[in-house]
Design a protein around this ligand. Structure first.
Ligand SMILES: NC(=O)c1ccc[n+]([C@@H]2O[C@H](COP(=O)([O-])OP(=O)(O)OC[C@H]3O[C@@H](n4cnc5c(N)ncnc54)[C@H](O)[C@@H]3O)[C@@H](O)[C@H]2O)c1
Length: 272
């Protein structure tokens, strides 16, 4: 028996992206709200899903703007029977400034958590996206306090001291922040009977993963060699786990992270 009944609404941020699209594809039983940064991309994604028989609506939203996120939540609540939100929207360090990565990957996630908490009811579920790279950053009381409060004025500058102006390194810190926020929010979500979980993908062949493979071919080949399962992941590898996490089969899982990485984190941490 699934807790999310047939027409419960599920929001997918980054719904026009690689993992977001795969999540949409696997949730045919639900009413889908596809959201992404660009209206054009949202419209394209919704049109494709509708042609394929999905019950999908779209609305553009910049997840770094609370006003946009509130509009998204209001729009979604109007569809009735709210079930969950799969927050895949994010950027890698490539071509971005550390500030932009911090804003999109961490501040955006914190905004989504706050907005979701306001509407969360019993059995609703929020799935966040961290990364294997978040697991490579060790605990530290100074930056962890900032990562846990990304919307505070000095948080960016506190974390920036540790990243040497490198947006890729900021990505790793922001994704550690997602892991911390997931744990930190479990209690207040639990009081409402709602769950919050995160997933940490390994190297996944989406536009983001393909770009990384093109930019850093050596590093990416080494990552594949190091992966115990000997291959990169597919968006569908991630979507299957997300589908499980939003179902009542995962009804006792909250405040924790699931690595979906072919085992590579074990090797990365060994290498140091
Ligand atoms: N692909 C990988 O190898 C990999 C590995 C680890 C973690 N992840 C994480 O998984 C998630 C999904 O990644 P993906 O591979 O599908 O990437 P993707 O680039 O295919 O999709 C990300 C989507 O987020 C959207 N987005 C970016 N900024 C936004 C904003 N401000 N507001 C709204 N939408 C915005 C983009 O437009 C894009 O459609 C990300 O959080 C990423 O960090 C990916």
């Amino acid at each position: 028996m699934e807790i999310l009944n047939k027409k419960e609404t599920v929001i997918i941020t980054g719904g026009a992206g690689g993992i977001g699209s795969a999540c949409a594809k696997i949730l045919k039983k639900h009413k889908l709200i596809i959201t992404d940064y660009s209206t054009q991309e949202v419209d394209k994604a919704v049109e494709k899903l509708t042609e394929e028989g999905y019950d999908a609506l779209g609305i553009a939203c910049d997840i770094t703007k609370r006003k946009d996120v509130d509009k998204l939540m209001k729009f979604s609540m109007k569809q009735g029977n709210f079930g969950g939100l799969i927050h895949t929207a994010g950027v890698s360090g490539s071509g971005q400034s550390p500030k932009k990565v911090f804003e999109i990957d961490l501040v955006g996630t914190d905004i989504i958590i706050d907005a979701f908490h306001e509407v969360a009811t019993k059995d609703s579920v929020l799935v966040l996206f961290s990364s294997i790279m978040g697991h490579t950053i060790p605990p530290n009381s100074e930056y962890d306090a900032a990562l846990l409060n990304p919307q505070k004025e000095n948080s960016f500058s506190t974390v920036a001291k540790f990243v040497n102006e490198d947006a890729d390194v900021m990505y790793n810190f922001a994704k550690r922040g997602v892991l911390l926020l997931c744990k930190e929010n479990a209690f207040r979500f639990g009081r409402k009977g709602a769950r919050i979980v995160s997933v940490s993908p390994g190297v996944i062949m989406t536009p983001m993963g393909i770009k990384a493979a093109e930019e850093y071919p050596e590093r990416m080949n080494k990552m594949k060699e190091l992966t115990p399962l000997g291959r990169n992941g597919t968006p569908e590898d991630i979507a299957e786990v997300v589908k499980f996490l939003i179902s009542n089969k995962a009804g006792f899982i909250t405040g924790s992270d699931i690595l979906i990485d072919g085992g590579i984190v074990t090797q990365l941490l060994k290498e140091g």
